[in-house]
Design a protein around this ligand. Structure first.
Ligand code: ZN
Length: 389
């Protein structure tokens, strides 16, 4: 399938020759007849239902200069296109410019397109739409269309966001973060995966400063002529990590440093001590998830779940289960020591092997080894209640 990003088609172009079928509730054609808005596999127009809130929202977004998202068109032949995704939005635009519904103005008065001030009309008409034109076999397109519909709004890569919000802010941001000649890139690469020219660092910087709302942040700062806040926040995160964790480990790359910074930057750490703990955990054969080491330490070395500590092997569990169960049966008590101490019906219950899990008698985090002498089988409920200490 070939895809092409098109950014020069405006609302005006799209609504040229717009036909709306009132009877069937369908927007039919646009782009001077070249575009079929509702191919048979598309659902009917639903933005007008629910009091038309959604179609009004589309127009208000355009008036405010907010993006209304990507539109996917399928190129059927040289001058024939079909809407794959975006039917509702295009129909809202078409219906509005043909006076099929009104929005409310600043004073709460109903306003139809034809009654609007010229500059507002132009603002709508001249807004470019962000269009992905796809070309491929029908089966391929339909398969893909299903994917868009199931997954909802497809994730917009940073390159596309840069196109949507192009302006001084993006230009400055790319100069700083997407320039492979920037001497800092080597340092950043310890913590951030990806490459400068695929926008990995720009994306991460935006993700951190916006707490995950890149789209919104870019839209608000689109016209900014400086990237001070972005740069400052980014360096704060990088400086913070690199001052606490003085060792460079490959597992540091790609962690959620922005979130960790927000969560822990007000706590103080002794880098020398931190380094010792890092080394110790790296040398511990029971630690299965080394990526979790950093958050584990930041959180005060409590949450061992982050480390995914290696559990007892099958043979050990089986043999501990067998001896535990034998003793329990002889005493007419449950083979889960916690159940046996209780007063309910489970106090003499013999659990099957599959109903139990292995537990460290002396907690791993307190130095308890993962060997048979430190293994006890508990029923799943009690094992979970005890937690992964
Ligand atoms: Zn139990």
């Amino acid at each position: 399938m070939i895809t092409n990003l098109i950014t020069n088609i405006t609302v005006k172009d799209t609504c040229e020759g717009f036909v709306y079928n009132e009877l069937e509730g369908k927007g039919l054609f646009g782009l001077s007849g070249k575009l079929t808005i509702q191919p048979e596999y598309q659902r009917n127009y639903i933005y007008a239902s629910d009091g038309g809130k959604k179609e009004i929202a589309v127009i208000e977004s355009v008036l405010k200069g907010y993006p209304i998202g990507l539109i996917y068109l399928n190129k059927v032949s040289i001058d024939k296109l079909e809407v794959l995704d975006g039917q509702q939005r295009i129909t809202s635009l078409g219906r509005f410019v043909t006076d099929k519904f009104a929005i409310k103005d600043e004073n709460g008065m109903e306003q139809y397109f034809s009654g609007m001030a010229k500059d507002k009309q132009n603002k709508i008409l001249k807004t470019p739409l962000l269009i992905y034109e796809c070309e491929g076999a029908e089966s391929e397109i339909k398969e893909w269309f299903k994917t868009i519909n199931i997954a909802g709004v497809p994730l917009v890569p940073q390159e596309l966001l840069n196109a949507i919000y192009s302006g001084p802010f993006v230009t400055l941001g790319k100069e700083e973060f997407s320039n492979s000649q920037n001497a800092n890139i080597q340092k950043w690469s310890v913590y951030i995966k990806g490459s400068a020219n695929r926008q990995a660092f720009f994306e991460r910087a935006l993700d951190w400063v916006s707490k995950g709302n890149i789209d919104d942040y870019m839209s608000r700062h689109r016209k900014d002529t400086n990237i001070k806040e972005l740069k400052t926040y980014f360096s704060s995160v990088i400086d913070w990590v690199s001052s606490i964790f003085t060792d460079v480990e490959s597992e540091m790359c790609g962690l959620e440093w922005g979130r960790l910074y927000e969560e822990y930057h007000k706590k103080s750490y002794d880098p020398a001590k931190v380094s010792k703990v890092v080394q110790k955990l790296y040398g511990d054969p029971y630690v299965k998830n080394r990526k979790g080491i950093f958050e584990y330490i930041l959180g005060g070395s409590i949450d061992t779940k982050l480390l995914d500590v290696r559990v007892f092997d099958e043979a050990t569990k089986r043999s501990v289960y067998a001896s535990q169960t034998k003793i329990a049966k002889a005493k007419d008590k449950s083979n889960c020591s916690h159940c046996a101490m209780g007063h309910d019906a489970n106090k003499s219950k013999i659990w099957s092997f599959n109903e139990m899990d292995a537990d460290h008698v002396s907690a791993w985090s307190k130095g308890g080894a993962t060997d048979p002498n430190n293994c006890e089988m508990l029923c799943k409920t009690h094992n979970r209640a005890k937690g992964n200490r």
